[in-house]
Ligand binder design. Structure first.
Ligand SMILES: [Zn+2]
Length: 285
């Protein structure tokens, strides 16, 4: 068999890795919104494959379920369309909901992809609320919307939003993540407070905050790995300042706030609590 490339979302390495990371933790959830600029349908299939994959580094692209998903022939991955109407009718959605309660044919999950949520009117979206709230654990609903504002707030609050970005790098998040690492290294409590307040007043979105914290955690874990002699590019002085224990504590704290960004919690609340949690690191006392 020819060696295959690991599957990914075209042009968005970061989102690819974030979805893999969430899949590895078993944290893909019941509902997701794929928004932003890019091939949302491709991203939805990638996410569906991550849910169905039986390999490692999900989605692996090589196992039976992955291949079926990527070839669009997996019986438990359904693209919800309504060819007879311009918008998706309430009836089609009722049938979708009823089907979601039936166990998967062969997969781990039953995944429903809504390829264009601009075609879901509010009354149609309302049909989905109950299944999103208390549906069977095997059910998964993936909403593709260039702008997630087309979805009702009640749907948005039940879903994790994965935003596609055309650029392979996000320099803004990267710079701010470096700044956060520098603050951890320097150990001045006033800087932590000012940094977190600055995030809030900059009107950072939850997605941007999640990206920033993921970058910062990557830097922290790279420093930790480097301290054990791994060949990783480490932030200068971070390992010396925090020590291994401090680095791993910092990675835990950042990880827990990355998860909070997936919930419907206000950014101000997250940044406030983040400041408090970081201040508990030993070098700030
Ligand atoms: Zn797989």
């Amino acid at each position: 068999m020819a060696k295959r490339e690991r599957p990914g979302i075209t042009g968005d390495f970061r989102l690819t890795e974030r979805i893999r990371e969430a899949a590895g933790r078993g944290a893909l959830g019941q509902a997701a919104i794929l928004s932003g600029a890019g091939d949302l349908g491709e991203a939805a299939l990638f996410l569906a494959a991550a849910m169905e994959c039986e390999g490692e580094a999900r989605p692996c692209g090589e196992c039976g379920p992955c291949r079926k998903v990527f070839r669009n022939i997996h019986p438990d991955v359904v693209i919800v369309r309504d060819p007879e109407h311009k918008n998706v009718s309430v009836e089609v959605l009722r049938n979708t909901v009823a089907d979601a309660y039936i166990l998967p044919n062969e997969g781990r999950r039953k995944v429903y992809i809504f390829p264009d949520c601009a075609l879901l009117e509010p009354k149609a979206q309302n049909v989905l609320l109950k299944v999103l709230e208390e549906g069977p654990p095997h059910g998964a609903f993936l909403f593709c919307a260039e702008n997630s504002a087309v979805l009702l707030p009640t749907i948005r609050s039940r879903a994790v939003e994965w935003k596609l970005s055309n650029s392979a790098t996000e320099p803004v998040a990267d710079d701010r993540a470096r700044e956060l690492c520098a603050i951890l290294r320097d150990g001045k409590a006033a800087n932590v407070a000012a940094y977190c307040a600055g995030l809030e007043s900059s009107k950072i979105s939850r997605d941007e905050l999640r990206a920033l914290l993921s970058d910062a955690r990557d830097m922290v874990t790279a420093s930790l790995a480097a301290s054990y002699g791994g060949d990783y590019e480490a932030e200068k002085g971070l390992a010396e300042a925090l020590g291994r224990q401090g680095l791993s504590r910092a990675a835990d704290i950042l990880g827990s706030f990355i998860r909070q960004c997936g919930y419907n919690v206000g950014v101000g609340h997250i940044t406030g609590a983040l400041g408090v949690a970081l201040m508990e690191l030993r070098q700030f006392s």
